[in-house]
Design a protein around this ligand. Structure first.
Ligand code: HEC
Length: 164
């Protein structure tokens, strides 16, 4: 009778369960604490917390009215013109090929630029570039870069007045 109250352990099986519980419950709690502390350490600046609170999409607004950085003739040449003018594809006069350019150089800067702006033969107008990406002035610089690679003595075109 006296044993029935206040005693949770009534048989050997319950004793074993209690011993296991007393051993494992604190162990699990300690492990969880260790994991928690470790997470805190890893999360320096690039860490978990930043990942969690960072915005879903990051918008990169360009200031449309900011003056655009003008590309040099070499940059324009490499991005737009080189595809044809390196190899001489479709009969394009090659970069640095004085023979191919000699007759064309006679047209002078304005003549050559006009051809590029309008296109000629297999060359699309502006070499295929959109005027939104590459201005006339930048195309002009590319013409100079290309022509001067092949014995031309064209002067850099004058930079346009910045419209602001
Ligand atoms: C799709 C190929 C292609 C691209 C891209 C291209 N060209 Fe050409 N280019 C040609 C061909 C082909 C010719 C020869 C056209 C002809 O005489 O029939 C040519 C000719 C020229 C000439 C000589 C024009 C003349 O009056 O004789 C110049 C200058 C020139 N290209 C500059 C450029 C510049 C600068 C670019 C880049 C902005 C460019 N090209 C991009 C194919 C191309």
């Amino acid at each position: 009778m006296s044993n029935e109250h206040g005693n949770l352990i009534k048989n050997p099986k319950q004793l074993i369960i209690m011993v296991f519980a007393c051993f494992f419950v604190p162990l699990v709690i300690i492990l969880l604490l260790l994991v928690y502390v470790n997470n805190g350490k890893r999360g320096d600046s690039s860490g978990a917390a930043d990942q969690l609170i960072k915005p879903v999409g990051q918008l990169n607004f360009k200031d449309a009215s900011a003056p655009r950085e003008l590309q040099t003739g070499e940059q324009v040449y490499k991005t737009v013109c080189a595809s044809c003018h390196v190899s001489g594809a479709a009969g394009a006069p090659k970069f640095g090929d004085a023979g191919a350019w000699a007759a064309r150089l006679g047209k002078g800067y304005d003549g050559l630029l006009t051809t590029v702006l309008k296109g000629k033969g297999a060359m699309p107008a502006r070499g295929g570039a959109s005027p939104a990406d590459i201005s006339d002035y930048e195309l002009g610089r590319a013409v100079v870069y290309l022509a001067n690679s092949a014995g031309g003595k064209l002067a850099e075109p004058k930079a346009p007045e910045l419209t602001k």
